[in-house]
Design a protein around this ligand. Structure first.
Ligand code: FAD
Length: 450
């Protein structure tokens, strides 16, 4: 019999239990559906990375990967009929869109089984609970239980798969990014990048992970999102490496944040859009033309605050931004420009190569002070001091904001203090941070008092 393996966020052959389940069920027809609901809203770097991962997977499946463009609930059952498939195999998707989509596909498949095996997490969302079965709402106790639970061994890479054949449409085209250096896509590149990080930077991770001017983080996020590597593989590899210490512990903790947010979203799917903590629901946001212009300045990296602009320009060019920068630019949009976190979250999802509803939207809720374990609402990042602290020589800013390249380290984070003033072509700050900070605090206070 023919078993379809429908690849979604598991674009790899190694450690893929769902693929092994398909192989055990018959000749495997590898499928990827280019879903317009996801593809058309993606920015160019995101499209570029996905297209690259698919090209890699096409090669890994001996050129047999079948591409179909269209809505999964139409395309998957049609292909199942075309090849007379007995079953369709997937790794379970636990996000709200994926759950809805899979339920619709399952229904449309009729007698053909949709078989879900595993998930994109070391421990599937919904598994870790309190003793009474309630979900955990705070990270630290979740992490304690997550570590105690442990995870299964990685699944072996299949040695040989009898790939079935069907007509394929064209692989989606990777947009031209004009030579910008971006993350290398695909399973092989993920493994290479991971081993480099493990051998050269993992033990120093805790001390250097907050420095956007250094290449000190793993850059695994997009690979984890699309499943060119599975987190279980990384956790086992860390254990096997024998490496220990605060760098390793902090890294494992970060992987656990990813699992925590997925767990929160599993239990409360509406928190992709709605406030996890409704206390701040009534906060007043700025609207109208001025707010639209502010948003545009933020999105294009033209706020006049160098660290914010550098982050936003990196996002546009590469589809990635360092975690420290995500917090800084997020705080700036919400607390200096008084715009709702959902606006920023939507923009990030379009542009981030690693855009992931759980990590992104809960990351934004953390920034806005509306989420689980949120940063307290009165914490307002000062973009200038954040810049000086985490990009001390200005190397990061100078890389992404060429207008500031001639400034010395003393002035690069506050060009308005430079002897010659703000360099030509770079904007004056669009707001007075001290003033906007107070406005934000007043508005938060008012919302809490309601
Ligand atoms: P590393 O520092 O090497 O961390 C290793 C891995 O741990 C990451 O790849 C990621 O899978 C996980 N991780 C690290 N930090 C977090 C975190 N705070 N929350 C959840 N998982 C984490 N991460 C995404 O994967 N997708 C997103 O869309 C996303 N949006 C974010 C939005 C905001 C406003 C904020 C504050 C954070 C967001 N993050 C998101 C989390 C974090 O910024 C990225 O995972 C990280 O910067 C990716 O780079 P890296 O792989 O080099 O991370």
């Amino acid at each position: 019999p023919t078993a379809i393996h429908w690849f979604r966020r598991d674009l790899r052959l190694a450690d893929n239990p769902a693929l092994l389940a398909a192989r055990d069920a018959g000749d495997v027809l590898p499928l990827f559906v280019v879903d317009p609901a996801l593809w058309e809203v993606s920015g160019d770097p995101r499209k570029h990375f996905l297209a690259g991962c698919l090209a890699d997977l096409h090669e890994a499946t001996d050129g047999r990967l079948v591409i179909r463009h269209g809505t999964p609930q139409d395309v998957v059952p049609a292909l199942a009929r075309e090849v007379d498939a007995a079953s369709v195999h997937v790794a379970g998707d636990t996000g709200p869109y994926g759950r809805r989509r899979d339920a619709a596909v399952e229904k449309a498949l009729g007698d053909v089984d949709l078989v879900r095996t595993g998930s994109a997490y070391a421990i599937a969302p919904g598994t870790i609970t309190k003793d009474d079965g309630d979900p955990l709402k705070v990270f630290t106790p979740f992490k304690r239980r997550w570590l105690d639970h442990g995870w299964p061994d990685p699944a072996p890479r299949p040695r040989s798969v009898g790939w079935a054949r069907a007509d394929s449409e064209d692989l989606p085209e990777a947009p031209d990014l004009g030579g910008t250096e971006v993350l290398e896509p695909g399973e092989t590149a993920a493994g290479k990048r991971w081993r480099e990080f493990r051998d050269e930077r993992l033990v120093d991770y805790d001390g250097q992970r907050d420095r956007p001017d250094l290449d000190a983080t793993s850059r695994m996020s997009a690979h984890l999102h699309l499943g060119t590597v599975h987190p279980r593989t990384l956790l086992h590899d860390i254990a096997r490496s024998g490496l220990t210490g605060p760098g390793v512990d902090t890294y494992v903790s970060e992987l656990c944040w990813r699992e925590f947010y997925a767990d929160v979203l599993w239990h409360r799917p509406e928190t992709a859009r709605e406030y996890y903590n409704p206390e701040l629901q009534g906060i007043t946001y700025s609207t109208g033309q001025g707010a639209e212009e502010d948003f545009e300045a933020w999105a294009q990296g033209r706020t006049g605050f160098p660290i914010v602009d550098a982050g936003m320009r990196q996002l546009l060019a590469q589809g990635w931004m360092h975690n420290r920068l995500r917090m800084i630019v997020g705080s700036f949009l919400v607390k200096d420009l008084h715009q709702e976190w959902t606006t920023g979250a939507r923009y990030f999802m379009q542009h981030l190569v690693d855009g992931d509803l759980a990590s992104n939207n809960h990351g934004w809720q953390w920034v806005a002070g509306t989420g689980t374990d949120a940063s307290p609402y009165y914490r307002v990042f000062n973009p200038t001091t954040q810049g000086k602290k985490f990009d001390p020589d200005g190397g990061y800013v100078k890389r992404w904001v060429p207008e500031l390249r001639d400034l010395d380290a003393k002035h690069v984070h506050e060009p308005w203090t430079a002897p010659g003033g703000v360099p030509d072509g770079y904007p004056e700050p669009i707001v007075d941070h001290a003033h906007e900070r107070q406005v934000a605090l007043d508005r938060y206070q008012a919302a809490k008092g309601r």
